[in-house]
Ligand binder design. Structure first.
Ligand code: ZN
Length: 83
């Protein structure tokens, strides 16, 4: 466990480079303000969502068998749940 109450004293936020005085967050061996970390995660999620959408779009133009199999499996499961 990390002693959050004073371990962040004198640390600087890895995102905005300001000294952290309250609301510390520790991630990937770096200290952040909690708000900075959340903002960074939101940006990361947006980037991942964009990447996923881009991947789907490129798979749509080139249909694969694996995609059909996953659709069939999903339909079977939802049929069972509906009854
Ligand atoms: Zn910060």
């Amino acid at each position: 466990m990390i002693p959050l109450d004073n371990a962040f004293q004198g640390k600087k936020c890895a995102r905005c480079r300001q000294v952290i005085q309250s609301d510390p967050a520790f991630a990937d061996d770096l200290w952040y303000h909690r708000s900075c970390l959340e903002e960074g995660q939101r940006a990361l999620q947006r980037a991942q969502a964009l990447a996923a959408r881009f991947r789907e779009a490129s798979e749509d133009s080139r249909p694969r068998r694996r995609q059909e199999a996953s659709v069939a499996g999903h339909r079977g499961r939802s049929d069972g749940g509906a009854r």
